[in-house]
Design a protein around this ligand. Structure first.
Ligand code: AMP
Length: 420
C-alpha cells in the first residue's frame, strides 16, 4: 500500500486480469483489420471546441462530463470524451479524404475520459475500440459496421446482447420532426432543465431515463412517421442487408443516443446482464459532423465498443476467455555458473521466438520450481554445476513431470522440437 490510490472512478488493469482486456481489444479489432480498416491513433486531448462543436453543446458529455484544462500557454484543452470527433479531425487534417478512394476506413483503441458519477460499468477513465468509415453514403457500409461488431462480440463467446436500431432522419426530415416533437414536449409537465433541453435538442429528451418523464412520452411523435422517402429507403436497405447476414436486431423507435452528431442509422448494443449500464457499444451515421467542425461534406458512419463493459458482459455470461500462458520455457539455474549459462540460453530462445522466462534472485530448487509452475510454462530447463560439467541440462516436461538430460549443444532446436 502506498500513500496514493487510483483516482476516483478509475481502476488499474493488473495481471492476470489485464490479459482479458488485451484479448477483448484484440477480438474487437480483428474483424475490422480483416475488413480494410487501418489503425489510427490521435492525442489523448484536443482543443475543447472540437468536442463542443462536434459532440454538441447541449449534450451531457460536453456540459457536465469533460475534463478540461488550460495550458500555461493559454490553450483550452479537453481530455477526449469520445473518439469520433478526434478521428475525423485527424483524417481531415491529413487530407485522407483526398488521398485515394472513399470511404476512408479507420479503427482505433484507447482511453477516454468523462467526469461521471462512478458506478459499476461507468468510470471516469474507460477504454473503447472504435471504427469510422468516412466519406461514403452507402447503406452497405452501415451494415458492414453492425455486422463486424456482431462478429466481434460473437468471437468472444458473448450471446446475450441485443442490437437496437433506429433512423434519426437527415437534414430534410429531421427539422420537421424536431418541430413536431418540440410542440408535443412544450405541452408536458417537465422541469425547467428538461424544458430547456427540449428547446435546444428535443430528441435528447426521448433518451431521458426517469420513469415520470418516460410516462409522459408514451404518445410522443415518432421519427419513423416523419422520415423522408430517401431516409426510409436507406434505412430499409440497411435493415435488409443486416437481416441477410443473419444478424438479429430490434427496431427501437425511441433510440437517440447522447451525442448530437448522429443522422440516419443509429444503433446500440445492449447486454441484459449489466443492470443500468447496459450499453456495451453504440454508433451510427454522422453525415453532418465534418461540416460542423469546418470540413467538407463527408457522410460517415462509425461505432465505439466499450472494453470495460464488454469484459463485464463476459463475466455476466460466465464466459472464460481461453488465454494460453505466454511463457513456454522456464529456466531454473542452480548455482552461479548455471545462472550465466541458462541466462544466455534464455536470450537465445527469445531470439528464436520461443517465449522464455528465468528464475531470478538465486532461489533454491523448490522456490524456483514454484515459479516455473506459476508461469504456465510447458518446459523447464534445470541445470546445476554437475549438469554443465557433463554438457547437459535437465529438460522437464511440466505436465507429465518427466525429466531427461539433453545436450547443451543444439538446445534451442531440441526445445523447439519438444514444443512442436
Ligand atoms: P458512447 O460514446 O457514450 O456511445 O459510448 C460508447 C460505449 O463506450 C458505451 O456503450 C460504453 O460501453 C462505453 N462507455 C461510455 N462511457 C463509459 C464510461 N463512463 N465508463 C465505461 N464505459 C463507458
Amino acid at each position: 500500500m502506498s500513500t496514493f490510490k487510483a483516482p476516483k472512478g478509475t481502476y488499474d488493469l493488473i495481471p492476470p486480469f489485464s490479459a482479458q482486456y488485451l484479448a477483448v481489444r484484440e477480438a474487437i479489432s480483428a474483424p475490422l483489420r480483416k475488413a480494410g480498416y487501418g489503425y489510427v491513433e490521435t492525442p489523448g486531448f484536443e482543443d475543447v471546441e472540437l468536442f463542443a462543436r462536434g459532440v454538441g453543446e447541449s449534450t451531457d458529455i460536453v456540459t457536465k462530463e469533460m475534463f478540461t484544462l488550460t495550458t500555461k500557454g493559454g490553450a483550452n484543452l479537453a481530455l477526449r470524451p469520445e473518439g469520433t470527433a478526434s478521428v475525423l479531425r485527424a483524417a481531415l487534417e491529413a487530407n485522407l479524404h483526398k488521398a485515394g478512394g472513399l470511404p476512408v476506413k479507420l479503427w482505433y483503441s484507447g482511453s477516454y475520459y468523462r467526469y461521471e458519477r462512478p458506478q459499476k460499468g461507468r468510470y471516469r477513465h474507460f477504454s473503447q475500440v472504435g471504427a469510422e468509415a468516412i466519406g461514403a453514403e452507402d447503406p452497405a457500409l452501415d451494415a458492414e459496421l453492425i455486422i463486424l461488431a456482431d462478429q466481434a462480440y460473437r468471437s468472444l463467446g458473448l450471446r446475450n446482447f441485443r442490437i437496437l436500431l433506429n433512423s434519426l432522419g437527415d437534414k430534410e426530415c429531421r427539422p420537421v420532426y424536431r418541430e413536431a416533437l418540440q410542440g408535443f414536449l412544450r405541452g408536458l409537465d417537465l422541469d425547467e432543465e428538461t424544458l430547456r433541453r427540449a428547446e435546444i435538442n428535443p430528441l435528447r429528451v426521448l433518451d431521458d431515463k426517469r420513469p415520470d418523464v418516460q410516462k409522459q412520452l408514451v404518445d410522443a411523435p415518432l421519427l419513423r412517421d416523419h422520415l423522408c422517402e430517401a431516409c426510409k429507403a436507406y434505412h430499409e436497405e440497411v435493415r435488409s442487408l443486416i437481416t441477410a447476414a443473419g444478424v438479429a436486431f430490434e427496431d427501437d423507435l425511441k433510440l437517440v443516443r447522447g451525442l448530437d452528431y448522429y443522422t440516419r442509422t443509429t444503433f446500440e448494443f445492449v447486454h441484459d446482464g449489466l443492470g443500468s449500464q447496459s450499453a456495451v457499444g453504440g454508433g451510427g451515421r454522422y453525415d453532418g459532423l465534418s461540416e460542423m467542425i469546418g470540413g467538407p461534406a463527408l457522410p460517415s458512419v462509425g461505432w465505439a465498443l466499450g472494453v470495460d463493459r464488454t469484459v463485464l458482459a463476459l463475466e455476466a455470461e460466465g464466459v472464460e476467455l481461453d488465454i494460453p500462458p505466454v511463457t513456454e520455457v522456464y529456466a531454473v539455474p542452480l548455482g552461479d555458473e548455471a545462472k550465466r549459462v541458462l541466462f544466455g540460453i534464455v536470450t537465445q530462445l527469445r531470439t528464436a521466438d520461443i517465449a522464455a522466462d528465468f528464475s531470478y534472485g538465486g532461489k533454491g530448487m523448490k522456490a524456483a520450481m514454484k515459479g516455473a509452475n506459476r508461469s504456465g510454462a510447458r518446459l523447464a530447463l534445470i541445470a546445476g554445476d554437475r549438469d554443465l560439467a557433463d554438457g547437459v541440462v535437465q529438460l522437464k516436461d511440466m505436465e507429465s513431470g518427466e525429466q531427461t538430460a539433453v545436450a547443451l549443444e543444439g538446445l534451442v532446436e531440441t526445445v523447439r522440437a519438444k514444443l512442436a
